[in-house]
Write a protein that binds this ligand. Structure first.
Ligand code: ADP
Length: 160
């Protein structure tokens, strides 16, 4: 049976930290679905369509990675996709505490779905979407924190 993992997140925007986790996940899983959580209540900087376009560009040459979005519970989306694994990245102990609670609740909701954590490469520890957004909002150059396939200049003025 194919090992399918969902890598869920806000990806507002997708960073080099996210990219690294997905690429490393390819050695563990046959297919990875990068799934943008579409939460109507959570205000996001980039639109859902823009986020998906950015991520699609990053993995355009990797047929084992697909890009999608979902609403509702992450574990329900996993079941719909036949994915037995949830992939998440860990940077710090703060990430761990946050991720631990989510993973344990997800396990209670859907015992068949395993959450797998990969530790970030040390160089990516300080990279997070909030800081990248702040740089962009302030007119700075955040290009070194997003994958090279994403040209942030293409998306100026596209924020929600
Ligand atoms: P969420 O809103 O679900 O936390 P994010 O887009 O912030 O979505 O992150 C998605 C996943 O990627 C989370 O597991 C997060 O810990 C992980 N992640 C974010 N930045 C990095 C990074 N620099 N290195 C490794 N993992 C990261």
């Amino acid at each position: 049976m194919k090992k399918i993992a969902v890598f869920p997140g806000s990806f507002d925007p997708f960073t080099i930290g996210h990219e690294e986790i997905v690429k490393r996940g390819l050695s563990l899983f046959d297919e990875i679905i990068v799934a943008v959580g579409a939460n109507a209540l959570k205000k996001s900087y980039y639109s859902l369509a823009t986020k998906k376009e950015m991520i699609t560009k990053v993995f355009k040459n990797e047929p084992r990675i697909t890009v999608d979005h979902y609403e509702g519970l992450t574990v329900d989306y996993c079941k719909k996709k036949g994915a037995d694994y949830l992939l998440r990245g860990l940077r710090t102990s703060a990430d761990f505490e946050f991720e631990r609670a989510i993973a344990q609740i997800n396990k209670a909701l859907a015992p068949e779905v395993e959450t797998v954590f990969l530790l970030t490469a040390p160089v990516h520890t300080p990279v997070n979407s909030t800081i990248v957004r702040d740089i962009i909002r302030s007119g700075g150059d955040a290009s070194k924190f997003v994958p090279s396939a994403i040209n942030l200049k293409d998306y100026i003025g596209e924020e929600d």
